[in-house]
Structures are given as structure tokens and as C-alpha cells.
Design a protein around this ligand. Structure first.
Ligand SMILES: [Zn+2]
Length: 292
């Protein structure tokens, strides 16, 4: 039996990003230009995560777009706080910084874990760490260390309840090693309204997924287990802790738009679902946890 999923309330998917930089730190565009670029790419929600400071987003919020104040806090390993008014001192431990950001009501994301050369235990010992940056598009393009999906499974296997977040780390700056544009990796959040309170609540409950392009239309539980509907893809990959796993491949009949956890699949701790589209782009659901 699985824990109830957070998608049962009425809502809609919104596109959101929580890792980009502006001229306030080492980005190449002003906050207004950065927001405009993201809005043109279909985002309805954005946090400007300049280093060690909070760039105000209130001027950019209107009926169809929500800015959420955020920061790439600083410190090693680094952490992003979403929905916070100020960073914590960078010299504090990861645990202390996460606690300080969480106490402000923030959602905490471990930034580019492999760039920070972490060990899984660094995150397990951090109860207020809520999410892991499973894709950092800038680190992937510039340093070949931006993918942390296997680390995510290790943490989940150790019993850490942690969500997965894809981010651009966009700098939009020709002087950086890579321009790292907007829209390389983002989250789709299931929310009833475009308010900061609703979005932060959805993030903390795991009511979102991460993607480079393919979309989940629904992730649901029924008497037979977990079932997903999605945009047309080449593979649906079902993953759990350990040796059991299942990849459903598209057939000559056409791409996959739905998949179901097979009855024989013995999940251990959790299952999570990956989509792979015909361009090789991926989407990652959050883990669906087994009841304890
Ligand atoms: Zn960054």
C-alpha cells in the first residue's frame, strides 16, 4: 500500500523555476529582463536565486505570474531557500542554514550536490532539507556534474524523505563558461491558486514533478496501484530501491501516453517514475512512498 498522493485536490499545473541568477550577483540580465525571459518561455512562477542575497520579486507579481523571494544561500554544501526574506550566515553548517531557512517558512533545496562534492550522509543528517536538485542544467553543461538522480535514490534508500527538483542555474551571461539559458529544467506544480502560500504548500507536500520537456498529465493511485498519464514518450521507467525495476517501451503501434505499475513489481520504500521522450528529454515524478 502506498501513501496518499498530493494531487487529489482540484488544481492545475503551473511551470516554475527556482534556480537562476541576475545582475544582482553573477547573472547577465537585470531582474526585470530575467523575469521577462522566463515569462516568454511559459513560466508562471519564478524565484531569483542570486548568491547570498534575496532579490525582491514583488514588482513582477501580477494575476498571471508569481514571483517568490528566494536565495542561493551560500556556504558549503550550498542550499537554495524559496519563500525566504534573507539568507542564513554562509559559515553556518548545512543543517543550521536549512533550519534557519525553514523557520522563515521556506522550501529548502540542496543545490548542485555533485558540484559541492557531497556524501549522502551530509543530507541524511539534515532534517530541514526538503529537496535535492536532481538536475542542474548549468552544471551539466559546464562541468559534467549536474545530474544527481542516482544520489536521490541512495538518499531515498537510506530512508530520507526528499523531493527532486530540476533547475536551470541560468546565468544568461555571455561572460560565464556557458550562457545557460532559461527553460532547460523546471518543475510543474499542482496548485489550486497562484499564491505564494499555495505554491509553497504544494512544494513541501511534493505536489510537483521535474522535467526537461515531457509532461505528466496525472499521477494517481487506484485499487491496483500507481498509474500515470503523460504526453507521448518513448519510455516509462519505474524505479524503486534495489534490484526490482521496469521499463515500458513504446511499440510500433505508437508512443506511450499511459503506464501502470505492474502487479508483480515489489516496491521497496518507494516507487518513482521517469519519462523519456523521443528527443531523449526526461521527466521525473516525485517518489510515491509505501505506507510505513
Ligand atoms: Zn546558482
Amino acid at each position: 500500500m502506498f501513501e496518499p498522493l498530493p494531487f487529489t485536490e482540484p488544481g492545475r499545473w503551473i511551470r516554475a523555476g527556482f534556480h537562476c541568477h541576475t545582475l544582482e550577483s553573477d547573472g547577465g540580465l537585470s531582474p526585470a529582463e530575467t523575469v521577462a525571459r522566463y515569462r516568454r518561455r511559459g513560466y508562471q512562477c519564478l524565484g531569483l536565486t542570486d548568491h547570498r542575497l534575496v532579490t525582491p520579486t514583488a514588482p513582477f507579481t501580477d494575476g498571471s505570474f508569481l514571483g517568490i523571494d528566494a536565495t542561493e544561500n551560500g556556504g558549503d554544501p550550498d542550499v537554495i531557500g524559496v519563500g525566504v526574506a534573507r539568507p542564513a550566515p554562509a559559515e553556518w553548517s548545512l543543517r543550521e542554514r536549512c533550519r534557519a531557512l525553514a523557520e522563515q517558512g521556506g522550501f529548502t533545496i540542496a543545490a548542485h550536490p555533485h558540484y559541492c562534492a557531497v556524501q549522502p550522509q551530509d543530507y541524511v543528517e539534515c532534517p530541514e532539507l526538503m529537496a535535492l536538485e536532481i538536475l542542474n542544467a548549468y552544471c551539466d553543461e559546464a562541468y559534467a556534474n549536474g545530474v544527481a538522480v542516482e544520489l536521490w535514490d541512495m538518499l531515498l534508500g537510506l530512508g530520507k524523505r526528499i523531493w527532486g527538483v530540476a533547475g536551470d542555474d541560468a546565468h544568461l551571461n555571455p561572460k560565464k563558461r556557458y550562457y545557460s539559458d532559461a527553460g532547460r529544467g523546471w518543475v510543474e506544480i499542482w496548485t489550486a491558486s497562484l499564491s505564494q502560500e499555495a505554491v509553497l504548500s504544494a512544494l513541501k507536500r511534493g505536489a510537483f514533478y521535474s522535467t526537461q520537456g515531457p509532461r505528466f498529465r496525472s499521477i494517481a493511485l487506484d485499487e491496483q496501484g500507481v498509474r500515470i498519464d503523460c504526453t507521448p514518450v518513448r519510455e516509462v521507467r519505474w524505479r524503486t530501491h534495489g534490484s526490482v525495476g521496469f521499463v515500458e517501451h513504446a511499440s510500433e503501434a505508437g508512443p506511450l501516453t499511459t503506464s501502470r505499475l505492474p502487479a508483480w513489481f515489489k516496491a521497496k520504500r518507494y516507487v518513482r517514475i521517469e519519462l523519456v521522450d523521443h528527443q531523449g528529454r526526461r521527466a521525473w515524478s516525485n517518489p510515491v512512498f509505501q505506507e510505513r
